[in-house]
Design a protein around this ligand. Structure first.
Ligand SMILES: [Zn+2]
Ligand SMILES: [Zn+2]
Length: 242
């Protein structure tokens, strides 16, 4: 009751706005009707490894061509959005626009998309940014998403479980093979955090999955630190044919 009244008071001063166009909306952390329609939420049949939408329906676990061609070391994966239109806009605003207000809603969508994967013995772990890139950007959007997902799901989060062991040049514009080569050996489990992963299931969180090279490297080091299984969740999946 008190919370509702407080929320009403806050809304009178700061009315909730659409995360994309800034138009007024009825509830906090939402999108207006037209931005919602232009946002590529992933629903229906999806690839069980990367979350990309697949045509048709199926009673069995399906994998996309990309995941069939590139074996994934993790067990299951989901994505909330396809990386195009407003999906792309939201990721870029979060990554380069300091739009932290997107985080709670994005994490809610990610938690919904990942619901079939979530289990009690799971630890949420974000993909780390390299220190120098963290200095440039001042924050790691994956840490913010992971912490918000932890609040939504009640699962523990270990934000510094993984570290970058070498400086990785930007992957933008690199081919798939170059990405995998650049990233192998680039990630490590923080020496003081190995105990947090041993015997646990790990849910890796990142903002975007393109080739999956970063998530594959992160999965390998978690498994090497005796995590029992690794799952992945991203805000947006880059789909080849879109
Ligand atoms: Zn809008
Ligand atoms: Zn896939």
């Amino acid at each position: 009751m008190l919370r509702q009244r407080l929320q009403m008071a806050v809304h009178m001063v700061y009315p909730p706005r659409c995360l994309i166009c800034g138009g007024l909306v009825e509830s906090d952390f939402g999108l207006c009707g037209s931005c919602w329609r232009d946002t590529p939420f992933i629903t229906g049949l999806v690839c069980d490894l990367c979350g990309v939408p697949l045509p048709g329906s199926s009673d069995t676990i399906e994998h996309c061509d990309d995941c069939l061609a590139t074996p994934r070391p993790w067990t299951h994966g989901r994505a909330a959005l396809t990386y195009r239109d407003n999906g792309r806009k939201l990721v870029l605003a979060l990554k380069h626009g300091d739009r932290h207000d997107i985080v709670p809603t994005a994490a809610r969508w990610m938690a919904q998309a990942s619901r079939p994967l979530l289990g009690a013995d799971m630890t949420i772990v974000p993909i780390p940014l390299h220190f120098y890139r963290l200095l440039q950007r001042r924050f790691n959007q994956s840490v913010l998403l992971a912490q918000a997902m932890a609040r939504q799901t009640g699962l523990p989060c270990c934000p510094d479980a993984l570290v970058r062991s070498t400086y990785t040049p930007s992957l933008d514009g690199k081919s798939r093979d170059e990405r995998f080569a650049t990233l192998s050996g680039a990630l490590a489990v923080h020496p003081k955090r190995t105990g947090h992963l041993a015997g646990r299931r790990v849910l890796l969180v990142d903002d975007v999955m393109t080739s999956g090279a970063t998530l594959a490297a992160a999965t390998e080091v978690c498994l090497a630190a005796d995590a029992t299984e690794v799952f992945v969740t991203v805000l947006a999946r880059v789909a080849k044919d879109t």
